[in-house]
Structures are given as structure tokens and as C-alpha cells.
Write a protein that binds this ligand. Structure first.
Ligand code: COA
Length: 257
């Protein structure tokens, strides 16, 4: 199992722990994270959730081999896939979610941060959403939320070109709260999560709901639209070329498309 979970001092921790594959997320890992989020929601002793990676890497995103072997089905099947169920549990989590971005956060590693309440990034972190370069499209609301955060021009650099963000840029555009030295980011994020032990949980829950309510409908509609295109594109010749190139450690060749 490459997800470690536990509850300490009112904080449910989800630690991504597959360093040998740069914390790439498999179907089984999404399932474990979904279960941890559901359990955190149901446990009254849990006041906040902390998502963390390993030193030097938060997550390199979806496991690309899983993309090739176990791509979610299309249509309604895609919406019931493990990654969708995990992201739905994150969106539905009514307790504060804090992310400690200890290193690279690629693909869904950055997308999921858009749905956390607090994000602390290490000064060594790099964030990127290279979906188009993989023959895919933005996912889980990023095509709505990223332009809102930074404007359409800069969103095009991040979502069409896949340009990475430095930690400072992530803070400047509002994806992250603060940059911390690599050795301090996890402890800082935990301290923020623990502050909810001293706040009234009902008020926190309802305030979080209010913060998110205004664009819930638009967000869910965009997620469904992105998901349908993403599932189709996973089977496209462009994506197949990109995935094969990744494992063959070569540059993809899109000249034939
Ligand atoms: N899926 C599957 N395997 C992955 C992976 C992923 N998303 N990311 C890394 N790995 C594997 C590599 O294949 C390699 O496996 P190997 O040792 O069997 O060859 C191992 O993890 C180490 O990765 P490597 O690329 O050698 O590490 P690095 O330090 O040079 O680079 C990253 C780290 C995160 C920058 C780089 O691995 C990367 O770009 N990964 C893919 C990111 C991506 O496109 N994610 C999907 C977004 S939708």
C-alpha cells in the first residue's frame, strides 16, 4: 500500500508514499485516499485533513502505466472511476484540507491543490499541469479555476504550454498560501491543520460551504465536460504516443498528427 493514513491530534493525515515512482498515483492509491477522506468526514474527532508527499516529491501525478492499462471507461463509467471518486470525496470534504507540497506536484498533483483550503509549498517544489503535452486536457475544474486565479493569458501558459510554476509564482497567483524551506513545510502545514482543534467545527463546516457555494454548479458542470473529453483522449493516438515516449525516455513525436 502506497498511501499511509492515520489520525493524530485531530488531524487525519493522508501521506502519499511511493517514492520509487515519484509518488505516481495508481487506482489502488486513489481508492485508499477516497476511503481516508470519507472516514475523516465521518469521524467527529477529526477536525482537519492533511495531505502530504515525500521529501522532494508531492506526486508526479497519475501513474502513466495505469493511464495505458487501466484508463477509466467513457461516459458514466468515467465518472465512477477511482480517480473521480477520490476527487469527488475531496470536493465534498466538509472539513478543512491542508496540503504540504514537499516537492514536485505534477498533473493531478497540482489540480488537487485547487480544491484544498490551504496549500504550503516547499522552496524546492515545482508545480505543472502538462496535460496537453500528454495528449490530454485539463481536468477536475482546472480549466475554470486556473483562468479565474491568474487570468486567461497566464492560464494558457500553464494549461496549453504546460509551463511549470515556481513556488513563488504559485503563491503569487493564489494557488498556494506560502513558500517554506523544504524541511519546514510539513510541520507548518500540520500546525495550521491543528489550529482547527480550537475552532468550533460546525461554524468551520458551514463557513467552508459558503466559501465554495457560489460556483459549485459551474464547477461540477465543467468537471463533467472535462472528464468526458479527458476519458476519450486517454485512448487517442496522441496520448498513446506521449505515454510510450515517457517510458521509452524519448521526446514524443507529434509530427504525424
Ligand atoms: N507514472 C508512472 N511512473 C512514473 C511517473 C508517473 N506519473 N512519474 C515518474 N515515474 C517513474 C519513472 O518512470 C521512473 O521509473 P523507473 O525508475 O522504473 O525508470 C521513476 O518513477 C523515477 O522517475 P524519473 O523520471 O526518473 O525521476 P526524475 O527525478 O528525473 O523526474 C518527475 C521526476 C516527476 C519530474 C518526472 O518523473 C516526471 O515528469 N514524471 C511524469 C509527470 C507526468 O507527466 N505526470 C502525469 C501528469 S497527467
Amino acid at each position: 500500500m502506497s498511501i499511509r493514513t492515520g489520525v493524530v491530534d485531530g488531524v487525519a493525515t493522508i501521506e502519499i508514499a511511493r517514492p520509487e515512482k515519484k509518488n505516481a498515483l495508481t487506482v489502488a492509491m486513489y481508492e485508499a485516499m477516497e476511503q481516508a477522506l470519507i472516514a475523516a468526514r465521518e469521524d467527529a474527532a477529526v477536525r482537519a485533513v492533511l495531505i502530504a508527499g515525500q521529501p522532494g516529491v508531492f506526486t508526479s501525478g497519475n501513474d502513466i502505466e495505469d493511464f495505458m492499462q487501466r484508463a477509466p471507461g467513457q461516459g458514466s463509467d468515467a465518472m465512477d472511476s477511482p480517480v473521480f471518486r477520490f476527487m469527488r470525496a475531496l470536493l465534498d470534504c466538509d472539513k478543512p484540507v491542508v496540503a504540504a507540497v514537499t516537492g514536485a506536484a505534477i498533473g493531478i498533483g497540482t489540480t488537487l491543490l485547487l480544491h484544498c483550503d490551504f496549500v504550503y509549498v516547499s522552496d524546492e517544489a515545482r508545480l505543472a499541469m502538462p496535460f496537453v503535452a500528454l495528449g490530454l486536457v485539463p481536468e477536475f475544474g482546472s480549466s475554470l479555476l486556473v483562468p479565474q486565479l491568474m487570468g486567461g493569458r497566464r492560464a494558457a501558459e500553464k494549461l496549453l504550454l504546460g509551463d511549470p510554476f515556481t513556488p513563488e509564482q504559485a503563491v503569487e497567483c493564489g494557488i498556494a498560501n506560502a513558500v517554506l524551506p523544504a524541511g519546514e513545510v510539513l510541520a507548518h502545514a500540520r500546525r495550521v491543520a491543528e489550529r482547527f482543534n480550537h475552532l468550533p467545527p460546525g461554524a468551520v463546516r458551514e463557513a467552508k460551504q459558503l466559501l465554495r457555494a457560489p460556483q459549485q454548479q459551474a464547477l461540477r458542470a465543467q468537471i463533467a465536460a472535462e472528464g468526458a473529453i479527458f476519458a476519450r483522449r486517454l485512448r487517442s493516438p496522441e496520448a498513446t504516443e506521449a505515454f510510450q515516449a515517457f517510458f521509452q525516455k524519448r521526446k514524443p513525436d507529434f509530427s504525424k498528427f
